[in-house]
Write a protein that binds this ligand. Structure first.
Ligand code: KG4
Ligand code: ZN
Length: 328
């Protein structure tokens, strides 16, 4: 089954064509980062407008790259939730228009389910069940993926997402938006043990990142520009990575689960990847991470998840709407 997927939940306009949930025939991403960077974060109105300008070109390009026409497509998929509603609506209405003009099925895909499915593109043999840590700019969840379309949220952040803590901390250091990637680079040769950060205390395997962010701010303000930014970046990332790993491994032990999967933009982080690899190897837990190109927002992961949604009979009707918030 050949699925054309769209993703416009935040600041990337993306389209991709994916076969049987696993094979990417083409993937095009138009990033808006430069337009938002001057504001230090995503401006929703600008995001919506730029999606409108880009989507037809991105759609066309993804067909050209796959050397296909619309006739070769079996179904149209789109991220419908969660995200910036004005951004989601652009992809949703474009996909709806294509589906109704051609009579092809329309498949609604939850953004976090799509992040999980990014792993199916990188690991041909990976199948549920597994435990997944989803860490992105807006979400931090530990999820028991029982089946391709059946999810149990075991823990989640009670305030900021991990990506938000990394981005805001990077901004305090004067790094460009989005800061996670720049913090990663800055810390490459830093000493990860130069600074210590408090461990947030939350029941169970839920997270809280706002205190860590404040602690980072206090260190920066109190240092009065005398600190080594490389050491700070390395130490802060290790604190975040340790926290994510601790809770994920605890949840895995409680569920007696020996297969862990990472998902979302933050799982591109080199410290998190290395730390999770080290810890999983020590406990003989199987670890899967998406290739770096599928960690951040893209439409190939939408096409991947859509295959399994369709197989489960989840086809959307004409009333499909965009939702800014929506449980997995
Ligand atoms: O999944 P994603 O692309 O978008 C959302 O759904 O939010 O995640 C974006 C987040 C941002 O916070 C960004 O700074 C972070 O992923 N990120 C990273 C890295 N690359 C992207 N964080 C740490 N290290 C990276 N290498
Ligand atoms: Zn995302």
């Amino acid at each position: 089954m050949t699925i054309l997927g769209f993703e416009t939940s935040c600041d990337e306009t993306a389209a991709a064509i994916v076969q049987d949930g696993r094979k990417v025939l083409s993937s095009v991403v138009a990033s808006q980062i430069d337009a938002h960077a001057v504001f230090g974060g995503v401006v929703p109105e600008i995001a919506g407008r730029m999606h409108i300008q880009a989507i037809a070109g991105v759609y066309h390009e993804t067909l050209v790259q796959a050397n296909l026409t619309l006739d070769d497509i079996d179904a149209i998929a789109v991220t419908h939730a969660p995200g910036l509603v004005g951004a989601l609506l652009v992809g949703l209405n474009f996909a709806k228009g294509l589906a109704y003009a051609t009579g092809k099925p329309l498949i609604a895909v939850h953004h976090l389910r799509a992040h999980v499915a990014a792993n199916y593109l990188s690991h041909a043999t990976l199948e549920p069940p597994f435990l997944c840590l989803i860490a992105s700019g807006g979400h931090t969840h530990i999820v028991h993926v029982q089946d391709y379309t059946s999810f149990a949220v075991i823990g989640k952040t009670r305030d900021d997402a991990a990506g938000e803590a990394l981005d805001k901390t990077a901004r305090m250091l004067g790094l460009p938006y989005p800061g996670g990637m720049h913090l990663d680079k800055l810390g490459e040769n830093g000493n990860p043990n130069a600074f210590t950060f408090p461990r947030p205390k939350v029941d169970g395997v839920d997270f809280s990142f706002s205190g860590l962010k404040t602690a980072a701010r206090n260190v920066i303000v109190n240092s009065q520009s005398s600190m080594c930014n490389e050491d700070f970046a390395a130490s802060f990332q290790l604190a975040v990575a340790n926290y994510l790993c601790d809770n994920t491994l605890r949840a895995a032990a409680e569920l007696n689960c020996n297969r862990i999967v990472l998902a979302g933009g933050v799982c591109a982080n080199s410290v998190l990847r290395a730390e999770m690899q080290r810890r999983c190897a020590a406990k003989q837990i199987e670890l899967f991470m998406p290739e770096l190109r599928w960690c951040g927002d893209n439409a190939a992961m939408v096409g991947a998840q859509a295959f399994y949604e369709h197989r489960a009979g989840n086809v959307a009707g004409k009333t499909l709407n965009a939702l800014p918030n929506c449980p997995m």
